[in-house]
Design a protein around this ligand. Structure first.
Ligand code: SF4
Length: 345
């Protein structure tokens, strides 16, 4: 397993160097028009994650595309008749789309958009670890590379992870879980299943700070706290609702509360505010910036996607996700298991 120091070193190596250039409203309108044209010309559709910039989410909506979590994105892409999927998110999302739609061209605004969980779980290292525990069932989070998925028995998203592990535990199975240590520990606490947990984390969610959030709750006693389970255990303990991004969005719509403190990536506020314009959403507080990096509720890789690189990618048909047939065939198995399990729920 990775030590925290090693993990931070790996993350820093992949940290985006250039902050996204800000563009004027006029440029944004021109680019959006050009992108809409290109989408038609290339028979393409935008599939965006909730954590991307609101300008991208708006454009996805306007063009008949899709906004969702990683699994919903891949499913939408597979069912849509477009021949090209423009996946605005991070690389494992483009890979999942390709695994489920191998016949389609999958493009990404930048192939450098990574995820600290994916970075923290290198295939070779993970393979060696799994070899040492051949009796265990391998369950990996969606936030992993296609190579890591190809080593797994199951892939899960945060919305389904507890149920899948409970199901496996009922069959007497012991688990290897990768890569998120906080989500892994949350699943283990909720299922009681024997799990060996890999040691990576989401650098955005781990910054949510227990003491600062406790103070926020005191200042806003009428607010519900919505928490993603990639957060630290102390933050999860304070939560009124714990769930995946889609589950938190749904909870904010269904709740009688008028005010929410939100402990997940700040891109989700676009959809929350759109669905509930009269409700108030406050981002949960993060710890003071550490010496290496600070996300401050914003995923640096998600925010590498912008209108300019979407336009250039569509125009030049670059940044294509390419995976070997062998990896696609192997990685499809754990993904399909999850999809079939989800259908039977
Ligand atoms: S928010 Fe965290 S889990 Fe999501 S892509 Fe960014 S680093 Fe990965």
């Amino acid at each position: 397993m990775n030590s925290d120091r090693n993990f931070r070193k790996k993350v820093l190596k992949h940290w985006p160097q250039m902050p996204a250039k800000s563009i004027t409203d006029t440029d944004s309108k021109i680019l959006s028009r050009q992108i809409l044209e290109l989408l038609k010309q290339k028979n393409a559709i935008i599939v965006a994650h909730y954590y991307t910039d609101p300008a991208i989410q708006k454009l996805a909506e306007l063009s008949g595309g899709f906004i969702g979590d990683s699994l919903e994105m891949a499913r939408f892409g597979a069912e849509h008749q477009a021949s090209t999927l423009l996946v605005a998110g991070v690389r494992f999302m483009g890979e999942s789309a390709k695994i489920l739609s191998p016949e389609k061209r999958v493009l990404m605004p930048t192939l450098a958009a990574e995820c600290s969980l994916d970075i923290g779980c290198e295939p070779e290292e993970f393979k060696e670890f799994c070899k040492k525990h051949p009796e265990r069932t391998i369950v990996v989070y969606a936030n992993t590379s296609a190579e890591v998925k190809a080593l797994a028995d199951w892939t899960v998203t945060s919305s389904i992870a507890v149920e899948v592990v409970k199901h496996l535990g009922n069959q007497g199975k012991k688990i290897i879980w990768a890569p998120d240590r906080y989500l892994g520990n949350y699943i283990m606490r909720n299922t009681g299943v024997d799990m060996l947990i890999w040691d990576a984390c989401c650098v955005v969610h781990q910054e949510f700070d227990v003491e600062s959030i406790r103070q926020q709750k005191n200042s806003h006693p009428d607010a519900e706290l919505l928490v993603h389970p990639e957060s630290q255990p102390g933050v999860i303990e304070l939560a009124d609702v714990i769930g995946s991004t889609s589950q938190l969005l749904k909870a904010s719509q269904q709740s009688q509360s008028q005010k929410f403190i939100v402990a997940t990536e700040n891109g989700i506020l676009y959809k929350m505010q759109q669905a509930c314009p009269d409700k108030e959403f406050i981002m949960a507080a993060t710890a003071p910036a550490n010496e290496d990096f600070a996300c401050q509720t914003s995923c640096p890789w998600m925010k590498m996607n912008n209108l300019q690189n979407i336009y250039e990618t569509l125009r030049d048909q670059t940044n294509e996700i390419k995976l070997s047939d062998q990896i696609i065939a192997k990685a499809l198995v754990p993904l399909q298991r999850m999809l079939q399990f989800n259908q039977k729920r």
